[in-house]
Design a protein around this ligand. Structure first.
Ligand SMILES: [Fe+2]
Length: 367
């Protein structure tokens, strides 16, 4: 007999009697799936409030599928390179699932437990199969001016973006798939120590005092403590937690390392982290526009030249006519760009050429 049950922890261990289907038709779970704690988080993340289950809490386990959501065709990402891009709704569902997976995994690390590395690797494998467009990264830098999202959800979203962007940069640098996987893992784990900070620091509304800033900066060491020597986590990934705020000019923390002493993978993650974080508002600081954060990071000698150059080189491929969105909601078109300075664009709206100062108002680039 089938029962209709609300989505809460009482569902853990229950077996689905009917598939769970998303609004856009994508199938999240098949009938016969036994629900684990993370599945409950997925269901919540997708806005599903009730499911049909068998009346046998200890019913037989019929499949051994990954909890990375599978669209109808069964591919973990639904986004292989030879298929058209995801429809926006499916992409939003996927993003929520990735965030939920990261949130539960990063919480576990903070508590001293092992992260669900198998599921993370399945997620990274899906990323390896997509995102071949060299300009993919421009869409990952998303201007989010409102900081009201819960800090833990922000940190989970941030981890996903840094992981994906780190993988993409590794690919642009011609690194192997194994190295791209390590770059993604290093990006996912970079801010693992943030989950060990006091809540008052994460919710902090205004500027940090010097003492609070030092407490915040401890997240680098706190993350490293949890990750070093842990089975399945490479030394590079653990070092990314410790060193992702180090800078090529020695201006970073916690060790003020210079240039070549910073591992290559960490240099990649540092750029991914800075680009991703700067575009999102936090309670203690406003968001920078897409153009402001990209030109700041890619123009700074504090970040690795090879990484900056690889990203700038892709911008030289932006076609004339590419559209950008301005902070006031207007859509402008790039009429001309400079090969030497790939972020110097001439923007037009209709017949009108905008002043150079409008560049700092660019909050999104469509590719
Ligand atoms: Fe950080």
């Amino acid at each position: 007999m089938a029962l209709r049950m609300a989505v809460d922890n009482a569902l853990v261990g229950r077996v689905l009697s009917a598939p769970v289907v998303l609004q856009d038709g994508g199938r999240l779970y098949d009938a016969g799936t036994r629900l684990h704690e993370r599945d409950i988080e997925f269901l919540r993340a997708f806005g599903i409030t009730a499911v049909d289950v068998t009346d046998e809490p200890g019913g037989p386990k019929r499949n051994d599928r990954s909890t990375v959501p599978r669209p109808k065709d069964g591919h973990p990402s639904g986004g292989a390179a030879d298929r058209p891009r995801e429809r926006p709704k499916a992409a939003a569902s996927e993003k929520a699932a990735y965030s939920a997976l990261m949130e539960s995994g990063l919480r576990r690390i903070a508590l001293g437990a092992s992260p669900p590395l198998g599921e993370w690797r399945a997620m990274i494998k899906a990323w390896l199969a997509e995102d071949a467009d060299p300009l993919f990264w421009v869409g990952l830098i998303r201007h989010e001016p409102r900081p009201e999202i819960h800090p833990h959800r922000y940190l989970a979203d941030h981890a996903v973006r840094v992981g994906r962007l780190s993988l993409h940069i590794a690919r642009l640098l011609g690194m192997s798939e194994a190295e791209q996987t390590q770059a993604a893992l290093a990006g996912l784990l970079a801010d693992a120590g943030m989950w060990r900070l006091e809540g008052r620091l994460l919710h902090h509304p205004g500027l940090y005092s010097a003492e609070e800033r030092r407490a915040m900066q401890r997240h680098a060491e706190l993350g490293y403590e949890r990750l070093k020597g842990r089975m399945g986590i490479s030394a590079e990934a653990a070092f990314s937690a410790l060193l992702h705020h180090e800078r090529m000019d020695g201006s970073g923390y916690p060790l003020a390392l210079h240039g070549e002493r910073i591992p290559r993978l960490v240099r990649i993650v540092s750029v991914a982290d800075a680009l991703t974080a700067g575009a999102c508002a936090r309670p203690h600081r406003p968001a920078k526009s897409w153009w402001a954060i990209v030109s700041e990071v890619l123009g700074s000698q504090a970040f690795a030249a090879e990484v900056r150059e690889a990203l700038l080189a892709t911008l030289r491929r932006l076609p004339a006519g590419a559209r950008v969105r301005l902070v006031d909601g207007r859509v402008a078109t790039i009429q001309e760009s400079s090969a030497e300075q790939p972020l110097l664009w001439t923007l037009v709206v209709g017949e009108k050429t905008l002043p150079m100062s409008a560049l700092k108002d660019v909050v999104a680039v469509e590719v």
